[in-house]
Design a protein around this ligand. Structure first.
Ligand code: SAM
Ligand code: SF4
Length: 462
């Protein structure tokens, strides 16, 4: 086998970051990014935005991503929940509460009936998309397939079912990914944590995860195995945020060049305190809220067609600020330890991965989105109609996604309002649907399908 070579070239990134940005440079890059035909930014252009220190120009940087996102995706905001299946782990990532040396953590690997009970609860909240999360343990791809099939098998009345299962698991080899692909997973998500190799080696002290290159190429292998949607990201706080942001961009460009399509999603986890991890309380490169806003805004402009995810690691009001800067997917009502959807009395700090900052219920998250006129979406239509990978990106690039995303968001949100919402959310949500439909001239093709939802038909989508 030929030796893998890292596509992250520190010198290339540092060179891009070495140039001071002038007001003219920033204006030039923003003009390019704001062009409806923009396909994104180069490393040098993204570096110009990251390096800007003029507050007035930063405000300009913050003003554009929302427009770019809305041009491509409209006002829809996709919702999901994580389902932690296991917190047992053979690795020793210094920042994580699940690391093998954390002897105070209560370990748990959910059984199939336990997984199904968690899924039932999530379905009764109204969730349709789950992200299964595992520590790295001695499991086989076939075990994961069994778990995923068990998730899809849970049906609760009236419209309760999980329609897309994404996974955040340790990287596998191509054969392993092939097995997983057959279980109809949506996205394979795997964060590089830090793209800075020396830092990577310092914080991953033992276990299979200490192999930087094996992890770096995990999305390549997943795609080679036929998994079309992959999710990438850096764990902000481990190393310089500007370096990591350009490295994520480089990763996206490399996937596009090598595999014909970039990542389906980019996530922005920021290091949160985790019991049993000293480092997590004192991040080596703490990222401020302001820097986080720059990261999200610049990423949206640099890779405009990519889904961007924010989790409940962030506080509610700050999540809303990030949504305005280009986030397109968020989790709601999340628990980050195995079994805690079901067992509410458990002291979940003893089992959880990190502290959750947004503890609102899914309904509360949705009500807040509606108040800000974002359209909550439970759509899984693209994946189920095989609009994935390069096909999805092709559609997104032509902005057709807006024509599919908008109606599908309306229909799946109407189903949520019908079956799961509180009276307050139901009233506010229905008003928003009417308003957004009126703005589009109430197209018959959508209103006819909406009538079917109101008559009780489930799972209506284009
Ligand atoms: N074990 C698998 C892995 O490491 O890829 C997947 C699950 S791991 C629980 C999911 C992600 O949680 C990691 O990739 C990391 O980015 C994030 N994470 C770990 N510790 C964290 C912390 N203290 N605060 C925020 N996110 C953290
Ligand atoms: Fe294990 Fe993942 Fe946590 Fe590392 S980040 S200790 S691999 S669960």
């Amino acid at each position: 086998m030929t030796e893998l070579k890292s596509f992250i070239d520190d010198e290339e990134i540092l060179k891009a970051l070495s140039k001071k940005s002038t007001k003219e440079d920033v204006k030039y890059v923003l003009r390019k990014a704001a062009d409806p035909e923009s396909t994104g930014l180069s490393l040098e252009e993204a570096a110009i935005l990251l390096n800007n220190t003029d507050p007035e120009m930063d405000e300009e940087i913050f003003s554009i991503p929302q427009r770019v996102k809305q041009h491509i995706y409209g006002r829809r905001m996709v919702l999901f929940a994580p389902l932690y299946v296991s917190n047992t782990c053979v690795n020793n990532c210094l920042y994580c509460g699940f690391r093998t040396d954390n002897k105070s953590l209560k370990r748990k690997f959910l059984t199939i009936p336990e997984i199904q009970r968690e899924v039932e609860i999530l379905e009764r909240m109204g969730h349709k998309r789950l992200l299964l999360v595992y520590g790295e343990a001695n499991y086989q791809p076939e075990d994961l397939v069994e778990d995923i099939e068990a998730v899809y098998a849970v049906k609760t009345l009236p419209s309760g079912e999980i329609r897309r299962v994404n996974v955040n698991i340790a990287p596998m080899d191509v054969d392993g990914f092939k097995v997983l692909q057959k279980a109809h997973i949506g996205t394979f998500q795997c964060f590089q944590e830090t793209y800075h190799r020396q830092t990577y080696e310092k914080v991953h002290v033992s276990g299979p995860k200490s192999n930087y290159l094996y992890r770096l190429y995990a999305p390549h292998r997943a795609m080679e195995a036929g998994i079309e949607d992959v999710g990438i990201g850096a764990l902000y706080g481990l190393y310089d945020y500007k370096f990591e942001t350009l490295a994520v961009l480089k990763h996206a460009q490399t996937l596009e060049k090598d595999m014909g399509v970039g990542p389906h999603t980019v996530s922005f986890p920021r290091l949160e305190p985790a019991l049993g991890s000293e480092m997590s309380y004192n991040p080596p490169y703490r990222v401020s809220d302001y820097e986080m806003k720059k990261i999200v805004a610049v990423t949206r402009l640099a890779i405009p067609y990519t889904g961007m995810i924010i989790s409940t690691r962030e506080r509610p009001e700050f999540r809303m600020e990030l949504i305005k800067l280009g986030i397109s997917q968020l989790s709601g009502g999340s628990k980050v330890s195995p079994g805690t959807y079901e067992d509410k009395n458990v002291n979940h700090e003893e089992k959880q991965q990190f502290m959750v900052a947004d503890e609102r219920t899914l309904d509360e998250v949705i009500y807040d989105l509606v108040q800000h006129e974002y359209l909550p979406s439970f759509c899984t239509g693209c994946y189920r109609h095989k609009r994935v990978g390069d096909m999805f990106m092709g559609l997104a690039k032509k902005t057709f996604i807006k024509d599919l995303c908008f109606p599908n968001a309306i229909l799946t949100f109407a189903e949520y309002l019908r079956d799961y919402a509180s009276p307050q959310t139901k009233e506010a949500g229905q008003k928003l649907i009417q308003k957004l439909l009126a703005e589009q001239g109430s197209p018959k093709r959508i209103t006819d399908q909406l009538d079917r939802v109101h008559q009780g038909v489930c799972d209506v989508f284009f």
